[in-house]
Every structure is written in C-alpha cells, then in structure tokens.
Design a protein around this ligand. Structure first.
Ligand SMILES: *Cc1c(COP(=O)(O)O)cnc(C)c1O
Length: 367
C-alpha cells in the first residue's frame, strides 16, 4: 500500500462539478484579477472567521508583509516571533524594515514559549507575531496581556490554523490583524497561490487594501505593491470554504485515530494538545528518537512523511548574524525538536486503513 503525504486530486474529485463551474464562470466574465468573485470570497471568509474585514492578496507571505507595513516599523524596530516556523513569518519582518527577535518554543507543543517573551522586550520592540503552528492555537491570553502591558501590536500568523479556536474564540480575531495562506496544501487551499489578512480595524483594512493595490489609482496616495487575488482562485476558494468545518472535523478524527494507535509506542511521542483550545491538525507531528531512520523506514514502505521544519530558523544560514550577537545557542527547545519531529500523512480523504497501516509500520520499526 502506498500512502502519499497529501492528495489534492482526491479533494478536487469530490467537488469537481462545482469547481469546474466556478472556473468557467470566471472565464466567461473575464474576471481574472479582483472583481466580483474576489469580493464574494472576501465577504465569505470574513464571515467564516467572524471578523469585519478580509483583505485578499497574492499569498500568505505577502499577507504578513502587508500587515506589518500597515502597523508600521521604523528602522531598528524589533518584532518578536517564534524560532520554529516557516520562514515567511521572519523574513517579512526584515523586509518591512524591522529586526527579527526570535523566541524559543515549548518543547512539547512546538508553540512560542510565552514565558520567555517578556525577557526579549526592549525599548525598540513594536510587535509580536505568534504562529498557530501545525494548527494548534498559541497561548493568546498571555500574548495579548504582554502586548497590552508594553503597548505592542500583535499579528497572528494563521497560515496553518484556519478555524482553530482558543477558549471558544477563533484564531485570527485576537490580534490587531491576522494573516492566512491558501497555498494548495493548507487546510483551505486554492489551486495556486492565494492569501488574506483579516482585521476588525477599519482604518487598517483600508490602508492594507490601498497598499496591496499600488496605493490607489491615478493620483496614488502612497507607493504600494501589487498583491492581488485571482478571480479563479477566489471562486475555487468560495466553493471549498463551506466544506472546511467538515474537513477540519475529519482531520481531528484522523488525529484521534493516530493518537489511539501510537500512544505508548516506545521511542515515539504523539503531539500534545494544550488545554482550552482546538487543534486543526494542518500537520500531525510526532517526535521520534530515531527520526531520520524512521522516515527512511516509512519511505521504504512507500509511506511519505516529511519534516516541517528541519532547522529552527535561528539555525539557518540566513540568520548567521545571530552568532555575532552571541544568540545562536538561545533556542534550546526548537533546536532539540528540529531533529525529532516528523509529520505523518493527514488529509480529510485519507482512509482508516491507511492510518492503521502507517501506525503498524511505525510499530514494526520500533520493535
Ligand atoms: C504557508 C505559511 C506561510 C506563507 O504562506 P504562502 O501562501 O506560502 O506565502 C506563512 N506562515 C506559515 C506559518 C505558513 O505555514
């Protein structure tokens, strides 16, 4: 039996008539960039998150850049983010003119360690970008309390956490703004690049819309960038969005099956679910003492497991400058985790038989 890491074609097949219709409608109207399909998706998505504004854009990385620029940084300003995430979260801080300040993660949840945030705050700190990594909500009460105390802005990176909740409230509604990615493999995925920023702040939404579209038309009010959502992607996303709660429940059910089958398997640790929140399992990340051998063993058995992410960001070449600041060794947990984490296949269409097969294969590796 072969088990791929994801199967986007299966999802397309389950919605083929609706998706094909949606694409044809956009072509029939030549509504390729912006237009009514994009406006509809912006409204649909804001409603799904329970927030006032959704500003669509080209991808989840642009979403972060646009949100950071909207909240404003002066040269030398610092933004705190987590040491173990996809690089978009950090690179956009630098691109927006700021300085990235990494915070270590918790060993068992992989989330930003909120107990370490305050020690990183200086006169120059302006904001915090928590990431709801792998689909689990970060500790938003603690993060918002720190932000209020030091008058910092908060941008939630929700790229992996569509519909995740913290104390019954959806992620994306806590900070000043929140960013989403609709990269094909994300929990809500387009058939190309797509992203969005959400906010309850009218002024921020207006500025971000302007900035993402060249700062206006004709008499440009500011210099902006070009980051627009395609009509075809928007129409596809509007077809998929109503299915997201069901897909999320399916991911959670698959995670439960893994949990039941893998708990107590020696040398293997299933992911921790912290209290008072939900996990939408964009990724199902186990820890293994012999990760590389286990990954190779699964691959021999035609099971595709991946590592997200093999290096904590401070350990990447792009951040070699941390050496000069003597900061390279400060990320103990993230560094420990980078060689233990392994993401197992999890997607709504995966069969119970495949899950059983993956669990059995892991057990036979550990015998
Ligand atoms: C995917 C992702 C992004 C970037 O989204 P793109 O649409 O690929 O640009 C940002 N942050 C995190 C945590 C992600 O997983």
């Amino acid at each position: 039996m072969e088990v791929p890491f994801n199967n986007l074609f299966a999802q397309y097949q389950s919605l083929k008539p609706e998706i094909d219709d949606a694409i044809s409608s956009v072509i029939a109207e030549s509504a390729f960039v912006r237009g009514r399909f994009v406006e509809k998706f912006e409204q649909d998505f804001a409603e799904a998150i329970g927030i006032k504004h959704c500003v669509s854009c080209g991808n989840g990385t642009d979403a972060l850049y646009i949100a950071i620029r909207a909240l404003g940084l002066e040269p030398g300003d610092e933004v705190i983010t987590t040491a173990h995430t996809w690089i978009s979260t950090a690179e956009t801080i630098t691109q927006a003119g700021g300085r990235v300040v990494f915070c270590d993660t918790e060993l068992d949840s992989f989330l930003i360690d909120v107990d370490q945030i305050e020690s990183l705050i200086t006169e120059k700190t302006r904001g915090i970008i928590p990431v709801h990594l792998y689909g689990q909500a970060a500790d938003m009460d603690e993060i918002m309390a720190i932000a209020h105390k030091y008058k910092l802005w908060v941008i939630e990176d929700c790229a992996q956490a569509h519909l995740a909740e913290y104390k019954g409230q959806q992620v994306g509604t806590f900070g000043n703004a929140a960013t989403f990615s609709f990269y094909p493999g994300k929990n809500l995925g387009a058939m190309g690049d797509a992203g969005a920023i959400v906010t309850n702040d009218d002024h921020l939404a207006e500025w971000m819309t302007l900035f993402a579209r060249h700062g206006g038309k004709g008499d440009h009010q500011i210099e902006g960038i070009n980051s627009r959502l395609d009509g075809i992607q928007a129409a596809i996303l509007s077809v998929k969005l109503p299915h997201l709660p069901k897909w999320t429940a399916q991911r959670q059910s698959i995670a439960k099956q893994y949990e039941t089958l893998l708990t107590g398997v020696s040398g293997t640790q299933t992911p921790l679910l912290k209290p008072d929140r939900s996990h939408v399992y964009h990724l199902y990340v186990i820890k293994s003492d012999k990760r590389d051998e286990l990954q190779a063993f699964l691959s021999q058995h035609r099971i595709q497991a991946i590592v997200s992410y093999p290096l904590a960001l401070p350990n990447c070449q792009a951040y070699n400058y941390l050496d000069k600041q003597g900061l390279r060794s400060a990320f103990v947990n993230a560094t420990k985790n980078q060689s233990k984490i392994l993401s197992l296949p999890i997607f709504p269409e995966i069969s119970k038989i495949s899950i059983g097969h993956i669990a059995d294969t892991i057990k036979s590796f550990n015998l």
